[in-house]
Design a binder for this molecule. Structure first.
Ligand SMILES: [Zn+2]
Length: 209
């Protein structure tokens, strides 16, 4: 069973599901082999995150897909398309779960396909695209965690300290901005719970090596 560790976009807002969809008034259908996710309306540019650790297996331009990144996670791959610009993460580089791999955009050759800003995300198992929605819905979000579970993760990072000192939060907040994990552009510059979770997960992934 494949378990994804992070959402590709936070918050996750599905704008088009996987599967057959009608196009045009004649009722023609196309098979949508991924899921479309809308932007985070509280920031100028919506970051896109790797859903699990892996290695970038492709980073390229396609006239229909625009800027694309494909990450190989070993037993499956994930694909992210229409990025605003080419991902800075090169083919062959490793990524951790929750690492920012690019910004949401609407790239494609506009003479061939004009799209609104969104992420088209595909989950590829044994070379075939499957519906990613059930897997994305199982991603554990911070609001799904109990207070004890969150504290357990934080304690692990703090090597057993009982306290949650603000310098710790401040340091990780600054590191995460430096690493491009959050933009700091939320209301009043506060981190959302999900952003804090992303920071914790990244810190954890880094400390796990
Ligand atoms: Zn799509």
């Amino acid at each position: 069973m494949i378990v994804l560790d992070h959402l590709p976009v936070i918050p996750m807002r599905i704008t088009s599901k996987y599967g057959k969809r009608k196009i045009g008034i004649l009722g023609a259908t196309i098979n949508h082999k991924g899921i479309d996710l809308g932007n985070n309306r509280s920031v100028l540019d919506t970051p896109i995150f790797s859903v699990s650790s892996g290695k970038v297996s492709n980073n390229y331009w396609n006239d229909y897909r625009g800027w694309v990144v494909i990450i190989d996670h070993g037993t499956y791959k994930t694909l992210y398309q229409h990025l605003k610009q080419q991902s800075p993460i090169k083919k062959g580089e490793k990524v951790v779960a929750g690492q920012q791999i690019g910004l949401m955009g609407n790239s494609s050759d506009k003479t061939k396909l004009s799209v609104k800003t969104h992420l088209h995300f595909e989950l590829i198992i044994n070379g075939l695209q499957v519906d990613p929605q059930p897997y994305l819905e199982k991603v554990k979000r911070v609001e799904d965690m109990t207070r004890e579970e969150v504290i357990a993760i934080v304690r692990e990072i703090l090597n057993g300290s009982e306290n949650l000192p603000s310098p710790w939060a401040k340091k990780h907040w600054e590191n995460s901005i430096a690493d491009g994990i959050v933009t700091g552009a939320g209301p009043k510059k506060y981190a959302t719970k999900e952003e804090v979770a992303a920071m914790i997960q990244l810190s954890k992934a880094k400390s796990d090596g």
